[in-house]
Design a protein around this ligand. Structure first.
Ligand code: SAH
Length: 223
């Protein structure tokens, strides 16, 4: 399918800005070598409105439509690193948004399943990623429910702020699997890294504070 999105070129200037973005992440020790290599391959400026072209590689979140934002590069690097993706793993992402994080997971070798609840973004992101040569499995639906028919997953990554840890997502983890989710009822969330042990019990680590757009509940589809 052809994308209706006008994609800019990946010029030397943008490649240079991307290398600088990665160098900054390295200096701050956010991410790891595999994640930096993956992020180097994904032209972040393709995922933003033309108006932001020159800021595309600064450590900022930007509006992507439907009141949502593309996560900051440092957040993508951080979450990708603690998710510890191994090539070939089945990863469920909640909150496709622009598809930037989705592509980073694909570049890490994951088989990615991603859910988005905003129809406008779901409709836009699928054909756009296709046009870049990426083929994740994208779903329009409710991240709180996960994808029981496609699970269980090795890893689950939530890219919106959840008021609590949805049990459905924990249930869809394989034994030994990891769920990375920012949790908090207000504007600030604490990153949680939750491991399901072989006996099915849970080990939970609370990490740094972040600010994500909220993981919304009880949305009437088609609104
Ligand atoms: N990973 C995205 C981040 C987008 S922001 C990127 O790199 O661009 C978080 C996304 O989560 C938004 O697109 C928002 O619409 C979506 N979201 C919010 N609540 C959700 C839910 N219950 N299920 C699925 N997606 C949800």
């Amino acid at each position: 399918m052809k994308s209706s999105i006008q994609r800019p070129e990946d010029s030397f200037k943008h490649q240079g800005m991307r290398r600088k973005m990665i160098a900054d992440l390295q200096a701050k020790e956010i991410g790891n070598t595999r994640v930096w290599e993956a992020m180097l391959k994904v032209p972040r400026h393709f995922f933003l409105d033309k108006a932001f072209l020159n800021q595309a590689y600064s450590d900022m979140a930007f509006r992507i439509g439907a009141g949502q934002t593309i996560s900051q590069p440092s957040t993508v690097a951080y979450q990708s690193a603690i998710l510890d993706v191994v090539k070939g793993e089945k990863v469920l992402e909640i909150g496709t948004g622009s598809g930037y994080q989705t592509c980073v997971l694909l570049e890490l070798g994951a088989k990615v399943f991603s859910i988005e609840r905003q129809k406008e973004l779901f409709d836009k992101t699928g054909p756009f990623l296709q046009s870049l040569g990426y083929s994740p499995k994208l779903f329009y639906g409710d991240g709180y429910k996960g994808l029981p028919a496609y699970g269980p997953f090795d890893k689950i990554l939530v890219t919106c702020g959840a008021p609590f840890v949805p049990q459905e997502l924990v249930d869809q983890l394989k034994p030994g699997g990891l769920l990375v989710i920012p949790v908090g009822a207000g504007e600030v969330q604490q990153m949680q890294r939750i491991r399901k042990l072989q006996d099915g019990s849970i080990e939970q680590q609370t990490l740094r504070d972040f600010r994500f757009v909220p993981m919304l509940e009880n949305k009437n589809w088609g609104d």
